[in-house]
Design a protein around this ligand. Structure first.
Ligand SMILES: Cc1ncc(COP(=O)(O)O)c(C=O)c1O
Length: 420
């Protein structure tokens, strides 16, 4: 097994101040560490540009430029066609609730929306609530044998009344990457739109909304190396059709402002520039000298290579234990999976194992991770649910070895067995 990292990990780790505290942070799908460059942008905004935009005075113009720079950075990050296709918001949950609300005048009783059983509740609940307005909600089931979403199961759910299919790019439990382009083509051919939750994907792979041909695409910056904030891509002509969420005089053409009631948080939006700066620098380090976009893609190719090493090392260990059930693909074939890995130990309480890990300064998480419908569907809610190790590129093979050694000790001590 290769052990040399495809990344300059000294450089990578030096960019994340929170990694200096001696913890092994394996709860990145809960929230990643923030980049120093993102923190610097927040500070710069607050110290140098912290006024309301829209004024005629110089600082206000400067603040407006910073916000535009943030949208432009986000445009590069997801490969949108124009900065106005980026909508900032407090969280993925809030953005999806806003989207469902802004679609109301387009939807009539009897229209149908399809969600998946494998999504985080953020991309189910807002659509579920539309049932109060006469919209029909349908669930796209997961194939229990392969743990995949199959188009054959989607096909019979679709009708001429289907308006939207809401699907996750990666489940925050299963970790496998759904074929979004294929799903988008399928959905579009049948006259519906697609709304993708990319929270568990965006930290791991280069996002290309044009190549994916998605209509709406949402993820959280606090899991993608930024602060507690989120962004939504929407195709420009579709954003134009959405209802305004702001004052009545923000007309339909005020894109994206009409979808950011009370304005975005300027300094958090501005942090996006720090994320893109980092990815650009990482791309340059791989030898890429082309456009910003090409550098971002090169950065994520290196990130993927590092993450594959981490996933392989952990999956090898978990497979070697005869008391462990991996929830998801147990082998990372062709990088089809991100290093978000959930598992259970026969008859053991997940919470007790997690607490023992806390004592080892290793941060993991247990439960259903707010993908409750999936946990219930797969019957994985007893014994505290699942344990989840979620890694990103700044994690190391040494940390994986630290974790597996600690797990060996914790399990050998009988932790989590009844009575222990
Ligand atoms: C896959 C997935 N979707 C959505 C969310 C919700 O994101 P936010 O906390 O920004 O609302 C999460 C958070 O854990 C998630 O993992």
């Amino acid at each position: 097994m290769a052990t040399t990292s495809p990344l300059d990990l000294d450089f990578v780790r030096s960019q994340f101040p929170g990694l200096a505290r001696g913890w092994t942070l394996f709860d990145n799908a809960g929230g990643s560490q923030i980049l120093k460059g993102a923190i610097d942008r927040i500070n710069t905004f607050l110290i140098e540009k912290n006024v309301q935009i829209g004024g005629s005075y110089a600082v206000s113009q400067d603040a407006a430029r910073a916000l535009y720079e943030a949208r432009t950075a986000a445009m590069h990050l997801v490969n949108a066609a124009r900065p106005e296709e980026i909508v900032f918001g407090g969280s993925t949950t809030a953005l999806l609730q806003n989207l469902a609300r802004a679609m109301q005048s387009q939807l009539s009783p009897g229209d149908e929306i399809i969600v998946t059983v494998s999504d985080h509740e953020s991309n189910i609940g807002p659509w579920d609530r539309l049932q109060e307005r006469g919209i029909t909600l349908k669930f796209w089931p997961l194939n229990k044998d392969t743990l995949s979403l199959d188009l054959a199961d989607l096909a019979p759910l679709m009708s001429e009344r289907t308006r939207m299919v809401c699907v996750t790019h990666v489940s925050n439990i299963l970790g496998s990457i759904n074929p979004i382009r294929e799903i988008a083509d399928f959905v579009h051919t049948r006259g519906a739109k697609i709304c993708v939750d990319a929270v568990a994907y965006a930290p791991h792979r280069a996002v290309d909304v044009q190549a994916l041909d998605v209509d709406y695409y949402v993820f959280s910056l606090y899991k993608t190396y930024g602060p507690h904030y989120a962004l939504m891509y929407g195709r420009y002509d579709l954003l134009l059709e959405l209802d305004t969420l702001y004052h009545y005089f923000y007309g339909k053409d005020k894109v994206p402002g009409k979808l950011e009631p009370g304005n975005p948080n300027y300094e958090l939006a501005y942090s996006t520039c720090g994320i893109v700066d980092y990815l650009t620098a990482l791309g340059e380090r791989t030898g890429e000298s082309g456009s910003t976009r090409q550098k971002i893609e090169a950065a994520f190719a290196a990130i993927t290579a590092q993450e594959n090493l981490l996933a392989d090392r952990l999956l090898d260990y978990l497979r070697s234990r005869n008391d462990c059930r991996i929830v998801g693909q147990s082998v990372n074939r062709n990088g089809e999976r991100v290093p978000t890995i959930a598992f259970r130990f026969d008859g053991r309480e997940a919470q007790a194992i997690c607490a023992a890990m806390d004592g080892e300064n290793i941060a993991i998480r247990f439960g259903d991770f707010h993908s409750r419908r999936l946990a219930e569907y797969l019957d994985l809610t007893d014994h505290g649910g699942m344990l989840r190790v979620s890694m990103v590129h700044y994690n190391t093979l040494e940390e994986v070895d630290r974790f597996t050694a600690a797990l060996d000790r914790i399990l050998a001590a009988g932790t989590g067995l009844s009575g222990q």
